[in-house]
Design a protein around this ligand. Sequence first.
Ligand SMILES: Nc1ncnc2c1ncn2[C@@H]1O[C@H](COP(=O)(O)OP(=O)(O)OP(=O)(O)O)[C@@H](O)[C@H]1O
Ligand SMILES: [Mg+2]
Length: 296
Amino acid sequence: MINDQASMLRKKFSDSNNLNNRTKTNSVRSLSFTSGKGGVGKTNIVVNLAIQLAQMGKKVFLIDADLGLANIDIMLNLAPQFTIEDVLAGTKNINDIIMEGPLGVHVLPASSGISEMQSLTAEQQMSMLKELSCLKTQYDYILIDTGAGIAANVLRFNAAVDEVCVITNTEPTSITDAYALMKIMSSKYHVNTFNLIVNESNLQQAKSVFSRLVTVLNKFLTVNLELIGFIPRDINFVKAVKRQTPLSLLAPKSPTVKSFTDLARQIDIHPGKSIDTDMKGSFWNRLGNWNRNSDL
Ligand SMILES: Nc1ncnc2c1ncn2[C@@H]1O[C@H](COP(=O)(O)OP(=O)(O)OP(=O)(O)O)[C@@H](O)[C@H]1O
Ligand SMILES: [Mg+2]
């Protein structure tokens, strides 16, 4: 049922928001950074990627969608006075809470330690997404750091974006959970193309994780997976988190930061043709669709 409704609504908007139009108008590209298992490096990756894209001259909007357990503000040493919670309460609008992070990256902070935020109702999430869709500011990239796992909040954010970037490390549990996440995104939301980023790995290990996943995916699902990057294990991440300064700023010449530069370039040259682009329309329209259809 969800699939039928999603397909119908996406198709409705496909003509005016296909990939060619997006290329011509240089409109926003939205990507989520998500994982089945927690603690695999999503927030560190998305924060450093945002900085790399900003260094390439891109306008980046970084959304902390790990609702209830927000981390981006801490990693960037921001002290938000207001968060998404205030938007949902109706006391602030999105523009009031956007903060400016390093290199002009705009950040939408979430709240931390508020358990109700972790399990937003579909209606609350629609309302938040509706607020987002009202943003007038033009961005090149919207990067969304989701919570881990297969909670409805996470799945809906992943269903809304142009491209889903699944993050795993080399541990079997993390790989299995990445598969489970893709499986549910495919069966429930018809999202059938994913980018893979392997954290705490070298190229060889990343390729090995990729081929393990492809083998299982090919066996059970019709899903396309693309390896778009890997990030080495680096003890300096801990230092960066402690200093509340992203590694890209703390050690800009390090090999690890080079891997973020490579990832940013890969994403920027990537055709962006994923997740049934012809079916889904633009990020903003999908948010609008959700707003009109609370079952999605
Ligand atoms: N490449 C890496 N090398 C070494 N340590 C890393 C690396 N990537 C992340 N870490 C460490 O792993 C921990 C988890 O990272 P992070 O918070 O980015 O993960 P997450 O997926 O966002 O977690 P959560 O699911 O809780 O949101 C942090 O302590 C971080 O310093
Ligand atoms: Mg995180």
